[in-house]
Design a protein around this ligand. Sequence first.
Ligand code: F6R
Ligand code: MG
Ligand code: MG
Length: 380
Amino acid sequence: MATLSVLKADTGGYVGHSATHPDLVEAAETLLKGKKEDGTLLDFCVGQVGDDVALILSHTRGAESEAIHRVAWEVFQQTTDVAKRLKLYGAGQDLLSDAFSGNLKGLGPGIAEMEIDERPSEPVLVFLADKTEPGAWNLPLYRIFADPFNTPGLVIDPKMHDGFVFEILDLKADQAARFKTPEESYDLLMFIGAPSHYVVRRVLRAQDEEVVAATSTQKLSLMAGRYVGKDDPVMIVRAQSGFPAVGEILEAFARPHLVGGWMRGSHVGPIMPVGFRDAVASRFDGPPRVACYGFQLNRGRLVGPRDLFADVAFDPARRQAGEMAEMMRSMGPFEPHRLPLDEMEYTTMPEIMARVRDRFVPVEEAPLEERQEGTAATGR
Ligand code: F6R
Ligand code: MG
Ligand code: MG
């Protein structure tokens, strides 16, 4: 049984929060090469999207292995050192603690892991997103595993015909629940339609409870209690032969949807599917991006990656995302381009409110003109 662990962190941006520096990637690759040679890892690939570096690791140590999490911790410490030497932006931004205590969960990096009993052929897709949050996967996961207009296999592949089970997390209450589609689709949608509150953590095939998708569900802002950068999620999805086809999985990104997390983690924008070359975030620090690394697993080895969104057939989706970005930008500091007050990651609201609090009076009391005579608010 092989385990796939994808661990992603922003340990320094180049330039600003737009991309990663090649020296960080080189440092990660050098360290991971040693870990492959000494047998800790079966294989690895270093991925990039925006200002994040993702470690895609295969091994035989199971999910939440201390040895594997320690490797990732060492890599992120080292990339942080390189970032500090180069004075890159926000060096070590996603590492919330200086000490490793056996598990990276809760320390900052986004983590998705899956134990895979390798089939005769095992295609696996790894999605990396920047300038957004884990709930960004909710809509595409619904399309992939519950919408026959996206995934004809739900209707015509006998192995998928029984549907899928969605495991969701309530980020605010720290609770989990399961819903089975198609029977409970409407119940499921009530929750996952609120992606900043409920996120899909895993999807299982109903017939045999095989895990087919896993996401990172950390939410940095809730973890740190203050702004520490968006959580920039990752996702692993297995494909083909009784699971959705590669093209059914990718199709869920062909009509871009709106997600939270653009500029200052405080704006809504379209998520744009991009090839590796375009996996940077410059315009208004975005718009949010998603890249897809395709692999064939071969006895735990990662054969790949293939750059699956590089296909020119995704050009219309990119164009549409560009148009949606333009529309959203025209609204400037107004919702729904700006996130609601309680979801913004930067806010001066408490300061502004403290300064003007005495201007707010119960509406039924004396007219404003009398109470606020002489203040700027009256306009006199
Ligand atoms: C970072 C992000 C960016 C920053 C913005 C301001 O992931 O979303 O939009 O929030 O560039 O960054 P600071 O406050 O670091 O100057
Ligand atoms: Mg950053
Ligand atoms: Mg990022």
